[in-house]
Write a protein that binds this ligand. Structure first.
Ligand SMILES: *Cc1c(COP(=O)(O)O)cnc(C)c1O
Length: 234
């Protein structure tokens, strides 16, 4: 299979533009993340100038790729989108510009502790919400999110919560997907009022459902296979 990264990204950008137009949104507020797990650095450096963000799931893989990144190649901010293990917190803070997958107070406190060492610095995160309530999935339950945000604001002063992230169910049922995405948007409105935070970012939508996500208010679509082709897990 021949993968033309440039053509794929151009098509996704067109789709994003029509979805934004359909829903009366400004295209400028919607970012395209290239999800690059299992894809080599050479493919990534070709795509990076055409992307707004790079997304990786694993700390180890991202750290390796960042150190292999050629000095002359352009990059864009790197977001962590996979589950963060407690023993990888320090490395994650070194390898990523933002962590989208915070889903427990324990992880947040661990992040805050490392951030407070030496010269304290603030770090942006999103809270990952398990909207579809699948047992195998990361993310906090929607009804527990307000409590987590409140606890984080009280005990993690070095963490800036800038938005919410969700992974929708693996389904082609448009009604289910729409419900998931509008549910995250409504949860954001509720948290905005409760916490008094702007929470500008809604990270939702992947290769199969990014247009629906944009129509429902996504500000970051995370697209892997529709840009880079199938992942080789071998
Ligand atoms: C892998 C992954 C994606 C990209 O999935 P595609 O279907 O290949 O677009 C997006 N978000 C998360 C959290 C992922 O793990």
């Amino acid at each position: 299979m021949v993968i033309n990264i440039g053509e794929n990204i151009a098509k996704i950008r067109e789709d994003m533009a029509s979805a934004a137009k359909r829903s009366g949104r400004a295209l400028s507020e919607i970012k395209l993340m290239g999800v690059t797990k299992y894809h080599p650095v050479e493919m990534m450096t070709a795509a990076a100038p055409l992307l707004d963000l790079i997304g990786e799931n694993k700390v180890q893989e991202a750290a390796g790729k960042r150190s292999a990144w050629p000095a002359e190649a352009e990059s864009c901010p790197w977001h962590m989108i996979g589950h963060l293990q407690r023993n990888k917190i320090r490395r994650a803070l070194e390898s990523f510009d933002l962590i989208e997958s915070v889903d427990s107070l324990e992880t947040a406190v661990g992040l805050n502790r490392v951030l407070s060492e030496g010269e304290p610095r603030s770090f942006p995160v999103f809270i990952e919400v398990n909207m579809s309530r699948e047992a195998a999935k990361s993310g906090i339950a929607p009804e527990e999110t307000e409590r987590l945000l409140d606890d984080m604001m009280k005990s993690c002063p070095l963490i800036a919560v800038n938005g919410l992230m969700t992974v929708a169910e693996d389904t082609e049922d448009e009604r289910v997907l729409r419900e998931t995405f509008s549910g995250l948007r409504e949860l954001r409105e509720k948290l905005r009022r409760a916490a008094g935070l702007p929470l500008p970012e809604l990270s939702m939508g992947m290769s199969g459902d990014y247009m629906i996500a944009v129509e429902e208010g996504s500000t970051i679509v995370r697209v892997g296979s529709a840009i880079f082709g199938p992942r080789n897990y071998g």
